[in-house]
Write a protein that binds this ligand. Sequence first.
Ligand SMILES: [Zn+2]
Length: 471
Amino acid sequence: MTMGQRLRHLRRSRGLTLAELGMRVGRAPSALSLLENGRREPKLSVLEDLAAALSVPVEELLRRQAPSRRAQLEIALAEAQRDPAYAELGMPHLKVGTRVPTEVLEHLVKLAGALRDQRGKPTATPEEARAANAELRAAMRERANYFEDIERAADGALQSAGYSGGALSQGMLLSVVSHHGFSVRYVQDLPNSVRSLTDLRNHRIYVKQEPVGTHSPRAVLLQALGHFLLGHEAPRDFADFLRQRVESNYFAAAVLMPEKAALRFLADAKEARDLAVEDLVDVFSVSYEMAAHRFTNLATRHLGMPCHFTKNDSSGIIFKAYESDGLVFPADPDGAIEGQRMCRKWAGRQVFGASDRFSPHYQYSATPSGTFFCVSQVDSRADRGFAITLGVPYEHSRWFRGRETPTRMRSACPDGECCKRPPADQEARWEGMAWPSARAHSHVLSALPAGIFPGVDEADVYEFLDHHSDS
Ligand SMILES: [Zn+2]
């Protein structure tokens, strides 16, 4: 489309008619018209002839940028008219000839843009978001949360930068990034709605020097790189956005805790009956959440150990959950777990009541789906308190540090008598006598903001890039 626009622009600026240009390159005017209207792709030889006839290099015709504001508007309106939302209005196709004034085009393009924004991707509702989560979890479970292609991509990225083993140094991290053509800029004024921002024109990745939520700057940088090495494109819908986020997180973890190095470390710890997530944190300099999640990638596949993982806040609301060990999570009728409140007897809630909540909390939990050994820790790097829990079936507790804990809890959930319903005598005393004022629900439970990248403030992003790409 743009090539055609450029061709027309150059032809007119040289005062040539279609017939005159056709004469110079030995083509029928109708054939050139097809090219100009973007209905035909030119052969390279034709392009060369045209460029010569117009005395410009071939690249001039192929540049992606529209040749003028007018041409840009013509392209935009042509594209808008192909949009289903526009077509639904049932208006006849508007042929944009030279007699349509530029101001009219400006108006139409702006209106079409507003129409697209309004009718465009609907906001992901909490229901859609939870359904997407449930689907993704099923896919992860099917592969024991081990993604071979991402492991390979991470390994390839490391090898190409000359990595030779062990934990990843800062220097090695930067060579992984620069080997793939990107440079890193640490900034203070990154828009609040993003954790990193990649300038695709100048191949720069902008990150903050301090952690974003539970994500270290190292992890954020690799998550950004992961999108490109894994071939992600602008997400089609919320489910796609979610899948990409899981994959880029996986990639970051697989680079920071390379499979071979992490496995050797875990196998030794298992041999010594001293498995502990906090050691992964120390050795590989990653967040507790990332370490625990990485454990789930490798444990089932390589150590033959089913397991579960949860992330919940102090009120027990689940933000992330994964299991391959048969633990039954609370779920809504559609099978969604995020946003549900976990049993108050579970380790993820007990840790908040522990005397030292920043040390690992160990416990055995007897549940209707079996007995599990669980280790919970409140991630102190998070801006709010999240408990990260890793659990395994009882018979695998023997490989773990903390297995001698005397703490044992019994959970009957999802039976309401377990902890969801107040004891009968309390209920009798207080029923109708309490008026709680509820706190607003958290982000994962509310409707997600619309946009290609949900919740990202595009105005902030473009302003940031404008500002930084000059410097
Ligand atoms: Zn319960």
